[in-house]
Ligand binder design. Structure first.
Ligand code: CDP
Length: 679
């Protein structure tokens, strides 16, 4: 017989050396007294599967275990670390409101938020904040007759606190700090991580400026844009019937939707004077004395771009696009995202993530669509169970999260899947595969959530008529190419490969949703998969290969990596000679190695060889079929000029991307989440 050689052991053999190192350093449980390991990787997957399948049929636990141990699906880090342990947070993403007060009875003052952050970081979660409600630097403080220090100063407290908590040595806390572009301190904010400050200040923050369509139009025209002191305007507190506005900048489409909704419901006598256009809002802010000055939109954008070119910060959040495509827009306006921006969330909401490993679904050079559909179905079930299994650190978080039950199923291993399909990442074919995979996964995730609703009920805030099907305004593939000034058709071969996704009929989905409801307000989200892609032994998220040989820095040390898939190809071409490998490792790429066969050079294009526009277009493809966001770093070569960043930022807005970040090679000595450098 098979003796002791069980499937159990074989599954461990799927793990790469780096995966084992990471699991050992951070994930496998230890006895708190002896510090001896009390579990193996398979025991970890079993622990997680069992915990998330409580109350389900036995075969569900087996499915969960099967998906994780085969590395086809891996949930976000907190779920792996904390399932069935004393720490109870299983989600990676949180958004915490920050009101303009030290503490408030509702628990959302500055130091209330700080406390919430500390508790979340301690357990491995990441936090996002919109600091725009804080009064600007130099403004009056009535209670002490003093002057306010402004959002950037307060952010520094959050930063130091993050440093100190360090998440029990396992995972350093990550933050997103957002400031809306109308805030009088916006220039301080833009400079907060640049120049001399770039390796010194706010090291635990990614920062982003939240911009509006109106602002982007004024960037084009070079018109002035107002700065508003949030303390002085009452517009942000106006209470609408379905939407509580916390901000004066409502795009007209929201106002129209509100009007239509009010009319249809005839529920509340409509006072139209309370719904104002952007221009009217500004006029009111002027009469209130809330407008502190004007900036030239184009000049401000130039400063943002300069800063981002210099240090990677700030990124941009396109708030109108975020809200236009927020399925439960009727619950309020989204002002912030989690640290890597894949999750735009309402105040106090949290979201748990998990990712499908696309590389595992390439079988004999073809995409295993049925396999993906099956994995998606159980992955959504898994993530939905996380919402209930979570032990929430605060009541507000529990309430906000359970009201919408947002989950974010994403992907990893795209780049390696493309290699295995023989498709170049930076090609029309590569983009086409991204587009169809995104569509297929979104479709099946929605289907799974509808089936769950049928079985377990819809999310409490589900309103069948108000809920917005974001696929209805997904851009067409050719349209996306056109915005970027690219033409061309995918090849016949690739279209055949993707036929299964091409033919999906989303109207069926809507019928089913209206009939059975929906379990989760959002279902997909593309997370960076910084650590779980190491565990799964694949490329991260939708990023191109970073380097064929490189050093990866993680909290527990440095790992030298030679891409095993690349090695496989070298072997295929009988080029796995130590001298050749050494030569390649020195530069990290093969594009400048004339002795390497063309096929290898075409398939193994690394992040810095891929033109920024292709980075951007992959992000755009995944954003179309997505009810949350996409985390993507537009990696630039160190010699790229500022113009390129300008282009990336403006084109991102035109492409309907929700949030954008660039990172120019070697522009910083360290980075918040993770990074690889060529050595
Ligand atoms: O791969 P893993 O599940 O560890 O995380 P990721 O996909 O790289 O990041 C997902 C989210 O986890 C981020 O957007 C953050 O919200 C959070 N995160 C964090 O809090 N601290 C980190 N050091 C890394 C990620």
């Amino acid at each position: 017989g098979k003796g002791k050689w069980t499937e159990f052991d074989q599954r461990d053999l799927l793990l790469t050396y780096n995966a084992l190192k990471v699991l050992e350093a951070r994930y496998l449980l230890k006895d708190p007294d002896t510090l001896r390991y009390v579990e193996t990787p398979q025991m970890l997957f079993r622990r997680v599967a069992r915990f998330l399948a409580r109350g389900e049929r036995k075969d569900v636990e087996e499915k969960f275990y099967e998906l994780m141990s085969s590395l086809k699906f891996v949930p976000n880090t907190p779920a792996l670390m904390n399932a069935d342990t004393r720490l109870g947070i299983l989600s990676a993403c949180f958004v915490i409101p920050v009101r303009d007060s030290m503490v408030t009875p509702q628990g959302d003052g500055i130091f209330d938020s700080l406390r919430a952050m500390a508790v979340i970081h301690q357990q491995g979660g990441g936090t996002g904040f919109d600091f725009s409600e804080l009064r600007p630097k130099g403004d009056v403080v009535a209670s002490t007759a003093g002057v306010a220090s402004g959002p950037v100063s307060f952010m520094r407290i959050f930063d130091v606190s993050t440093d100190v908590v360090k998440q029990g040595g396992k995972r350093r806390g990550a933050n997103m700090g957002i400031l809306h572009v109308w805030h009088p301190d916006v220039e301080d904010f833009i400079r907060a991580k640049t120049g001399e400050l770039k390796d010194a200040q706010l090291q635990n923050f990614n920062i982003s400026v939240a911009v509006y369509d109106e602002f982007m139009r004024k960037v084009d025209s070079g018109e002035p844009f107002p700065l508003v002191n949030p303390r002085k305007t009452r517009i942000k507190d106006w209470d609408y019937y379905v939407v509580r506005a916390r901000n004066y900048m409502w795009e007209e489409w929201v106002q129209e939707e509100i009007l239509r909704e009010l009319e249809e419901r005839e529920a509340v006598p409509l006072d139209e004077s309370r719904i104002v256009t952007v221009d009217e809002a500004l006029a009111i802010a002027e009469t209130e004395g809330a407008v502190t000055g004007y900036v030239n939109a184009r000049e401000l954008m130039t400063k943002i771009v300069k800063s981002a070119w210099d240090s990677g910060d700030p990124g941009l959040i396109f708030v109108d696009e975020v809200n236009r495509r927020h399925p439960v827009w009727y619950l309020g306006k989204i002002q912030a995202t989690n640290p890597c921006a894949e999750e735009p969330l309402l105040p106090w909401e949290s979201c748990n993530l998990g990712s499908i490993n696309l590389e595992k679904f390439v079988v004999d050079g073809k995409i295993d669509w049925d396999g993906i559909a099956e994995a998606v179905k159980y992955a959504v079930r898994f993530l939905d169970n996380v919402v209930d299994a979570n032990r929430y650190p605060l009541k507000q978080i529990e309430e906000a999260t359970k009201r919408t039950r947002k989950v974010g199923l994403g992907v990893m291993g795209l780049a390696r899947a493309l290699v295995r399909l023989g498709v170049q990442y930076d090609s029309i074919d590569g983009l086409y595969i991204s587009y169809q995979l995104a569509k297929f996964i979104y479709y099946n995730a929605m289907l799974a959530s509808i089936e769950l609703a049928k079985e377990k009920g819809s999310f409490p805030a589900y309103d069948p008529t108000l809920y917005k099907d974001v696929w209805e305004n997904a851009r067409d593939f050719q349209e996306i190419l056109k915005v970027a000034g690219l033409g061309g058709q995918p090849s016949e071969q690739v279209r055949k490969m993707a036929a299964k996704a091409e033919s999906l009929d989303f109207s069926v989905l809507k019928e089913l949703r209206l009939k059975y409801g929906l379990r989760n307000a959002t279902v997909v989200s593309v997370a960076p998969t910084g650590t779980i892609s190491i565990i799964a032994g694949t490329s991260s998220a939708i990023e191109p290969l970073f380097a064929l040989a490189f050093v990866r820095n993680v909290a527990v040390g440095k790992f030298i990596e030679i891409d095993p898939l690349f090695l496989e190809y070298l072997k295929k071409y009988e080029m796995d000679d130590p001298e050749v490998i050494k030569k390649i490792a020195e530069s990290g790429t093969v594009s400048d190695q004339p002795f390497v066969p063309k096929t290898i050079r075409r398939l193994f294009r690394t992040a810095h060889e891929v033109d920024p526009i292709y980075h951007l277009l992959h992000q755009a493809c995944w954003q179309q079929w997505n009810d949350s966001g996409v985390s993507k770093t537009i990696n630039l070569r160190s010699d790229e000029p500022e113009d390129v960043v300008w282009n990336v930022y403006v084109t991102a807005w035109r492409l309907g991307i929700k949030g954008i970040t660039v990172y120019r090679d070697r522009s910083k000595s360290k980075q918040v989440i993770y990074f690889g450098i060529k050595e």
